[in-house]
Ligand binder design. Sequence first.
Ligand code: AMP
Ligand code: MG
Length: 357
Amino acid sequence: MDTKVVLLRGDGEDDAALREAGEILKAGGLVAFPTETVYGLGGDALNPDSSRKIYAAKGRPSDNPLIVHICRQEDLYEITREVPETALRLAKRFWPGPLTMILRKNDKVPVETTGGLDTVAIRFPSDPAARKMIEYAGGFVAAPSANLSGRPSPTDCKYVIEDMRGRIDMILDGGAVGIGLESTIIDLTVEPPQILRPGYVTGEMLQDILEQVEDDPTLFSVKAGVAPRAPGMKYRHYAPKGELVIARGAGSAVADYVNARTKELQAHGEKVGVICVAQTAEYYGGCDVVKIIGDRGDEEAIARHLYRILREFDDENVTKIFSEDFGLENGEKGLGQAIMNRLLKAAGHQVVDCGGL
Ligand code: AMP
Ligand code: MG
């Protein structure tokens, strides 16, 4: 299949491209598009064939439901059986924006879109081009991240092209995205509401609006026999090809450990990389590749750069990767929660304690 790639200029000149994308979606085709979180791979959410095509293009297991993107808050009522008052309060505060809500679906939404569930995940993105495209597509666009299943979500168009060229009809190039991690997912069909995936809208921000919120117990640790409630969270997503280990510790303990392990690994022919903050980069002299993710404490930069760095390690054939925890510790607070959740998943929960306390 020929994939048309169109550059978005963002200056009101994009209308023809967004209209064309909308027409492709209406006709059952697939279009990748930028949002404020990561690139999405869109299809008509109300057309079961489109959803089947999305799963095929990504190589995604079909029990992993898609998020339906809308462009007007009132369209919530079009695809759900009931809209709880909590949803309206959250929408008022966080929409349009990086928050996905799980509600009970109505018959308009095919089970192909929801992975067989009777609930539907809904998001109203803030990116203006995305919203316009959704409007031209008829208002309901199912879109998972635009990566091949198992690879990190794309935060720049070049990664969408890498994964999706030849597999879909069109790619809209909006350059690098702003947030870099997928939306926060909150399930409003349970009491109290539960966070199924942490994101830019943090637990504290949700707590401010709802009296009570819980975390899915599997977000930060592996629990024997307990499956994550968002089906997609059970897969080893975001995995780089090289083996990733998180190295924790105080002071110089992490760099001492990483440099010592690097020597041993290099002796066995491994190529070793490290992900660190700007403040510690000079201490990893022994490593083959040193990637700076941002300044210590700059959570927004760390979130924005994580997936790009994981992909770069793949391109550079790094076989073993160490990552600092960037001073986020266990990621108890703020955006640190979303970052540590993705990093732990990418590492298959492998963490070493380097001591130094
Ligand atoms: P992605 O679109 O790649 O960001 O992945 C969508 C995520 O939303 C996956 O982890 C899905 O399992 C989750 N999700 C979508 N719909 C539902 C739903 N109805 N209930 C629970 N999780 C959902
Ligand atoms: Mg994804």
